[in-house]
Design a protein around this ligand. Structure first.
Ligand code: ATP
Length: 345
C-alpha cells in the first residue's frame, strides 16, 4: 500500500523532557520518510508541561489523548517538590493502561547473542499506587517510612490473561511469572495464585512456570535463553526491564508499550537521561522501536517491518551507531542513515 492511500491516523506526540525532544524529533523524521500515516498533535507533559502551562500533565495533553486514544511519548521527568506525582503513572491511571509490554531482541551482537524476550508488567497496582507516609517519632518527622502495595485479584487475572493472549498471538511458548511470594505472601502471592488459575485455561497451548524475583535476576544473567516471556508485578517489572535492556545493548535499545482497553501509549523504556540531554548524542532506537510497536498496533505491520529492517541495516551493514553502542554517530546522523536505508529499500 502506498503511503498516500493509507488512511490518516490522528495521534498525540509528547516530546517530553531531557533527551525526549531529540529522540522524538529523530523518530518523527524517520516515520515521515517511511510514509507512516500519523497526523501528530504535539502536546507537552513532565517538566516541559510545567514550563509550557504550569502543569506536569496539562488538560490539553489529556484532552488530546482522550481524542486520539493513541500516543507516542518521550520520557517525562517528575518535577522535584511536594505534591507532584509522576506524570507517567498518572497517564497510566487516567487511561487505565493496565499492561506494559517491553520486548527486547538482539540487533547488534554483543555480550549476549540471540536474545528475544518479552516482559509483560502489571502497570497500575503494586507499590505504584503510592500509598506512602511517614510516622513521626520524637523530633524526627520522618522517623518511620511506610509504603503499602495493592494488588487485586481482578487486576492480576486481567494482566495474566493479557500475557497469555499476547503469547498466543505472537507465537510465544512459555511465560515465567516473577514474584516474591515467599516474603510478600499476600501482595505477590495473590499475583501468583491468579496467574496459576488463568494458566490452567491455556494448558497445552502456552506453558507457565514461576520464579522468585531474585533468582530470576540471576538467571537472566546466567542463562537468559531459558526465558520466553516474563510476567511481573509493577515494581519487579520496572527493575527487570532495565536488566533486559542490558542484555541487548542498554537502555537505548528497549521499547515499551502501555495498553488499556481503548488507549495505547508507546514510549522508550529509558528515562530522560539528563547527563546527555541537549548534546545530540542520544540513541533514538528505543523510541523508534516503540513507534514500530505503534505501527503494529494500528495495523501498519508492513511499515513496522520496513522500519525494523532499516534500523538493523543501519547498525549492522552500514555500521552507523551512536556512542552508547560504541559508535560515533550523533542522533541526527543516525536518523539520517536510517532515512537513507528506507529510501533505498
Ligand atoms: P529519569 O530520572 O528520567 O529516569 P535517569 O538518568 O535516572 O532519568 P535514564 O534516563 O533511564 O535514567 O538513563 C540512565 C542512563 O542511561 C543515562 O544517564 C544515559 O547515560 C543512559 N541512556 C538512557 N537512555 C539513553 C539513550 N537513548 N541513548 C544513550 N544513552 C542512554
Amino acid at each position: 500500500m502506498e503511503s498516500s492511500t493509507r488512511q490518516q491516523i490522528p495521534a498525540t506526540l509528547i516530546p517530553g523532557d531531557g533527551i525526549g525532544p531529540e529522540v522524538v524529533d529523530a523518530t518523527a523524521h524517520i516515520l515521515d520518510a517511511l510514509g507512516a500515516p500519523f497526523i501528530w498533535d504535539v502536546q507537552h507533559a513532565g517538566v516541559a508541561g510545567v514550563t509550557h502551562s504550569g502543569d506536569p500533565l496539562p488538560a490539553a495533553t489529556l484532552d488530546s489523548v482522550r481524542r486520539t486514544r493513541l500516543a507516542l511519548k518521550g520520557p517525562l521527568t517528575t518535577p522535584i517538590g511536594e505534591g507532584f506525582r509522576s506524570s507517567n503513572v498518572r497517564l497510566r491511571e487516567e487511561f487505565q493502561l493496565f499492561a506494559n509490554v517491553r520486548p527486547v531482541r538482539t540487533i547488534v551482537p554483543g555480550r549476549y547473542d540471540n536474545i528475544d524476550l518479552v516482559l509483560v508488567r502489571e502497570n497500575l497496582g503494586g507499590f505504584y499506587v503510592a500509598h506512602e507516609y511517614y510516622v513521626p517519632v520524637g523530633n524526627d518527622p520522618k522517623a518511620v517510612a511506610v509504603a503499602t502495595g495493592v494488588n487485586t485479584r481482578d487486576a492480576c487475572t486481567r494482566i495474566t490473561r493479557f500475557a497469555f493472549e499476547y503469547a498466543l498471538k505472537h507465537g510465544r511458548k512459555k511465560i515465567t511469572v516473577v514474584h516474591k511470594a515467599n516474603i510478600l505472601k499476600a501482595l505477590t502471592g495473590l499475583f501468583l495464585e491468579a496467574a496459576r488459575d488463568v494458566a490452567r485455561e491455556y494448558a497445552g497451548r502456552v506453558e507457565m512456570n514461576d520464579m522468585i524475583v531474585d533468582a530470576c535476576a540471576m538467571q537472566l544473567v546466567m542463562n537468559p535463553w531459558q526465558f520466553d516471556m516474563l510476567l511481573c508485578t509493577n515494581l519487579f517489572g520496572d527493575i527487570l526491564s532495565d536488566q533486559l535492556a542490558g542484555l541487548v545493548g542498554g537502555l537505548g535499545m528497549a521499547p515499551g508499550a502501555n495498553y488499556g482497553n481503548d488507549t495505547a501509549i508507546f514510549e522508550a523504556v529509558h528515562g530522560s537521561a539528563p547527563d546527555i540531554a541537549g548534546k545530540g548524542v542520544a540513541n533514538p532506537i528505543s523510541l523508534l522501536l516503540a513507534s514500530g510497536l505503534m505501527l503494529d498496533h494500528v495495523g501498519q505491520g508492513d511499515l513496522a517491518q520496513r522500519l525494523r529492517a532499516a534500523i538493523t541495516e543501519t547498525l549492522n551493514t552500514d555500521q552507523i551507531r551512536t556512542r552508547d553502542l560504541k559508535g560515533t554517530a550523533s542522533t541526527n546522523e543516525f536518523a539520517g542513515a536510517v532515512v537513507r536505508r528506507i529510501a533505498n529499500a
